[in-house]
Design a binder for this molecule. Structure first.
Ligand code: NAD
Length: 256
């Protein structure tokens, strides 16, 4: 699987899953632009990959920084071939405890961020008649868990966005797919373990073995490498046969 000089923008690429996707894409011959709210982290990650890779300051919920960031990539490399819309956060509490601001923040980073970054790259992709967009969904794009209402809602909504762009973009050579990871031990998940233990009144060990991994086939975490390899497979797939789909990567948690 080779990316052959494809220009790849990865949001949320300064940490966790996005960081590993950037590494694997660069190793496969892609030129990556790591776009993150954490601008220092994005720049450091890009520096570690080599000179042609870019670190970009971007808040995916802010139209102006999204537009500027994509323009920066186009100024440096002429185009965007692959977008991985991956930036995300999690907040864990019961529906009635969420403030409206908290709800909007979670939904906005996942869903508005996916819309704004897609909207910024699509015109160029349509002009060239080719492009790939990957959305970082979750098993929570297909299934709910208690305490995660805005996250589950936004991750479900990403399926709708991906399928719509698959239909609009298909005739113009643009495809979209959704990757749905199970639990991956990144800062986003590490933070949830004590929070869920407190909210559910159980031990941290029980959160891991029952709540997070209880429905896997082997009680194992999915890894950043598992997800990055799936992203590489989808990004380097040569035709539009594979579009509008979601792929669950979760040690068997949620089988379709
Ligand atoms: P992470 O916390 O390690 O990384 C998230 C990155 O997103 C960080 O670098 C952060 O700075 C960035 N970010 C946050 N808000 C942003 C914004 N407004 N604009 C730009 N960047 C922003 O988390 P992760 O676990 O690597 O998660 C990456 C994606 O994978 C998320 O969409 C998450 O929902 C999804 N996911 C994670 C898991 C898991 O178990 N870790 C499971 C399923 C899906």
């Amino acid at each position: 699987m080779n990316l052959n000089g494809k220009i790849c923008v990865i949001t949320g690429g300064a940490s966790g899953i996005g960081l590993e996707i950037a590494r694997v894409f660069a190793e496969a011959g892609g030129i990556v632009a790591i776009a993150d709210l954490n601008s220092d982290g994005a720049q450091e990650a890009a520096r570690n990959l080599g000179d042609e890779h870019l670190g970009i300051a971007m808040d995916v919920t802010d139209e102006a920084t999204v537009q500027r960031g994509v323009e920066q990539v186009i100024a440096a490399h002429g185009r965007v071939d692959v977008l991985v819309s991956n930036a995300g956060i999690q907040m864990v509490k019961r529906v009635e405890e969420f403030s409206y601001d908290e709800w909007r923040k979670v939904v906005s980073i996942h869903l508005d961020g996916a819309f704004l970054t897609s909207r910024a790259v699509l015109p160029g992709m349509y002009q060239r008649g080719s492009g790939t967009i990957l959305y970082m969904g979750s098993v929570h794009s297909q299934e709910a868990s208690a305490l995660k209402a805005p996250y589950v809602s936004a991750k479900h909504a990403l399926m709708g966005l991906a399928r719509t762009i698959a239909k609009e973009g298909g005739p113009k050579g643009v495809r979209t797919n959704v990757i749905c990871p199970g639990f991956v031990k990144t800062p986003l998940v590490e933070k949830q373990i004590p929070e869920q233990a407190r909210d559910l009144g159980i031990s941290e060990q029980e959160v891991v073995s029952k709540v997070m991994l209880g429905e896997t086939v082997d009680n194992e975490f999915t890894t950043v490498d598992d997800i990055a390899r799936t992203a590489l497979f989808l990004a380097s797939f040569p035709t539009n046969a594979l579009t509008g789909q979601s792929i669950v990567v979760s040690h068997g948690w949620r089988m379709d």
